[in-house]
Design a protein around this ligand. Structure first.
Ligand SMILES: [Zn+2]
Length: 226
């Protein structure tokens, strides 16, 4: 059971003003590298990613103490999140241009139940005369992710979503990532100060190898729960 959050002892006399809902976001899952609607909370210090329309067995967890060996790992996690990709509107099919990043439903096994979303780049558009209701254009895309990565496909508008250019602004996620970023920045500051004080003899290749091995994370360290 999730632990209850700390509450303020006093109850405000008037209800607080309605908060703007957090923008919906997408997360690229570790399990299949596909994009899903998700939301995040911090629980016992861990970042918990909860998928829309999934049970909690599917949740993915990040342990700030074990899952991040460098700033690069923090940025890699940041890149797994983005704003929700809206479906391309039938009346606005002319807005997309070759080179645009799209997110598409990929029919994995010819089964509608197995639709997964991966990114692709728009190569060309065959425009068709049509009204605002039903776009009849055909979009040639090159997959950049997923099982069809590198392949070209010609698709209709019904599977096309647009990847927003502005980054996701989620306060919970930002705080978690910014804390980690700060920690690595401080570690680096400490290391720099230490190296300025002392001038240690350079490590032998063997010693360096031992250090690198000890820094390597166990492959399953990030899948456990707190
Ligand atoms: Zn069209």
């Amino acid at each position: 059971m999730p632990k209850s959050r700390k509450r303020k002892a006093t109850v405000p006399a008037a209800p607080p003003p309605p908060r703007r809902p957090r923008p919906r976001m997408e997360y690229r899952a570790r399990s299949d590298e596909a994009w899903y609607g998700a939301r995040v909370v911090v629980q016992d210090g861990w970042l918990r990613v909860m998928f829309e329309n999934s049970t909690e067995d599917a949740d993915e967890w990040y342990n700030p103490g074990a899952d991040f060996a460098s700033l690069g790992d923090v940025e890699a996690l940041r890149a797994r999140f983005r704003r929700e990709c809206p479906p391309l509107d039938h009346a606005r099919c002319g807005d997309v241009r070759p080179g645009d990043k799209l997110c598409l439903a990929c029919d994995i096994h010819g089964d509608v139940e197995e639709l997964k979303y991966y990114d692709a780049v728009l190569e060309t558009v065959e425009r068709a005369a049509h009204g605002v209701e039903q776009c009849a254009c055909r979009f040639t895309v090159r997959w950049t992710e997923g099982p069809r990565s590198g392949c070209l496909d010609k698709v209709g508008i019904e599977v096309v979503c647009c990847v927003p250019k502005s980054p996701i602004q989620d306060p919970v996620l930002s705080e978690f990532l910014d804390d980690l970023t700060k920690r690595f920045a401080e570690d680096q500051g400490t290391a720099t100060a230490a190296s300025q004080q002392a001038d240690p003899t350079p490590m032998s290749e063997e010693e360096l190898c031992g250090v690198l091995l000890s820094l390597k994370r166990a492959p399953n360290s990030s899948t456990g729960k707190p």
